[in-house]
Design a protein around this ligand. Structure first.
Ligand code: NAD
Length: 418
């Protein structure tokens, strides 16, 4: 993985690339390239042995023109101010591309959660929620899970917020467990939209998804669910990886068995029924019909892009392809479905969760999945329309053209004040 590209600069470059095809005034574009507010904090938390440890935390509120800020919370040693700013901006354009009434935000703590006990993680999370409390709320900013956070952390944040506010407000956060106001279908939503995006892209290109070979980098929430649902469509998932390396079977892996193996052992490598193990870079350059990067940003840089041989890339991770790599892939005529559409299932079902929380009425899983499918298929069709109508270089530019237009219209319609 390259550490050269600054994700915030990548985001700004993507916005500039798309703005060139729009008649949005330069001063408005410039406003749409930087966050409205970034909170940076030091959390002082008592460890199990009685010592105090400081943790750096961030929350970036990028744009609220279309609705409350919305976006996940990441726990990772590489979390940085610029990474959080970039991820919050991608959320703005992701919500706009699928046309849900949210702005964009993102948060994170610089921490490797594997080094801490559950009670320490609970205290870190509650300290973070306490710092965030004045700035979040069902109508202000609604966090959600991201890398290394899940239902457990969301439940702690909701509980901390509700205790401090002396209220019940399940809509303050999404990605909660079902018994805490979560939604059916939320856990699988990101992987499901990756599958839907891949299905629509293959259909658009006149290719069969049944029997197509697939390689997936990253086997966490997004990657493993996408793998399972693609396998259910009849695709052959020949390789998957995590931070320990990649496993390969030309006949197709049993994606559920690999997941179970990872759950038991902590990694995909060592899985008995694989034919071979190799590196993540080997996986990214494999000759497959579909490549799904589902780990972290900057997975494919220019050097790797030169060697990519997949026909279609569907981005499950946020920002896995650097702008230089993007140019190379466009030149090589690789069809790439961008992150802001492909992984938008997570935020879309978060939106459904928030709607249900506000209505105090729970939907069935079938309703959630049907509504999600409608949103992703509509968004894909609108993206393809923009791509063809404006003769745009690639689907990423098309996604930003659609999204920037919507955010700029919301801003333009309301004007600026004070
Ligand atoms: P996760 O923590 O569940 O999984 C991440 C996976 O990536 C793990 O299997 C990890 O081992 C693997 N990984 C880390 N570094 C790697 C490397 N260098 N090479 C190969 N694998 C590596 O996280 P997730 O929730 O699945 O998120 C993955 C990506 O999807 C992130 O970019 C995240 O922002 C994005 N995303 C997630 C959601 C969601 O709802 N979970 C929604 C939208 C976008």
């Amino acid at each position: 993985m390259s550490d050269e590209a600054n994700p915030f600069e990548s985001l700004q470059e993507q916005i500039d690339d798309a703005a060139a095809f729009l008649d949005v005034p330069a001063d408005v574009v410039s406003r749409l390239k930087s966050p409205e507010r970034v909170l940076e904090m030091t959390l002082s938390v008592e460890m199990d042995d009685g010592t105090i440890e400081g943790f750096r935390g961030f929350r970036s509120q990028f744009n609220g023109d279309r609705g409350p800020y919305k976006g996940g919370i990441r726990y990772h040693p590489n979390v940085s101010r610029d990474e959080v700013k970039a991820l919050s901006g991608w959320m703005v354009y992701k919500c706009a591309v699928v046309d849900i009434p949210y702005g964009g935000g993102k948060g994170g703590i610089v921490i490797d959660p594997r080094d801490y006990s559950e009670s320490e993680l609970e205290r870190v999370t509650r300290a973070f929620a306490t710092e965030l409390r004045p700035f979040i709320g069902p109508d202000k900013d609604i966090p959600a899970p991201d890398v290394n956070t899940g239902q457990r952390e969301m439940n702690w944040i909701k509980d901390t917020y509700e205790k401090l506010e002396n209220t019940t407000a399940p809509g303050v956060i999404t990605g909660k467990s079902l018994d805490n106001g979560g939604s059916e279908g939320r856990v699988e939503a990101t992987g499901r939209s990756v599958m839907l995006a891949a299905r629509e892209a293959f259909d658009y290109l006149g290719k069969e998804i049944e029997g197509a070979t697939v390689a997936i980098q990253g086997y966490g929430n997004a990657g493993s669910v996408a793998a399972k649902l693609l396998e259910d469509l009849g695709a052959r998932v020949v390789a998957v990886s995590d931070s320990s390396g990649a496993v390969f079977d030309p006949e197709g892996l049993d994606t559920r068995a690999v997941k179970q193996f990872k759950r038991e052992t902590g990694s995909v490598t060592g899985y008995d029924d694989a034919e071979e193990e190799f590196s993540n870079d080997d996986l990214l350059t494999m000759d497959v019909d579909l490549l799904v990067p589902a780990a972290l940003e900057n997975a494919i840089d220019a050097e790797l892009a030169d060697q990519v041989t997949a026909d279609v890339i569907v981005e499950a991770a946020n920002g896995p392809v650097t702008p230089d790599a993007d140019d190379i892939l466009t030149e090589k005529e690789v069809t790439l479905v961008p992150d802001i559409l492909a992984n938008a299932g997570g935020v879309t079902v978060s939106y459904f969760e928030w709607v249900q929380n506000r209505q105090r009425f729970a939907w069935t899983e079938e309703r959630v999945n049907d509504e999600l499918e409608r949103v992703i298929v509509d968004a894909f069709d609108q993206l393809v329309d923009a791509y063809e109508d404006k003769d745009l270089p690639n689907l990423r530019t098309a996604a930003y053209v659609v999204a920037i237009r919507r955010v700029a219209d919301a801003f333009g319609g309301a004007g600026t004040w004070p």
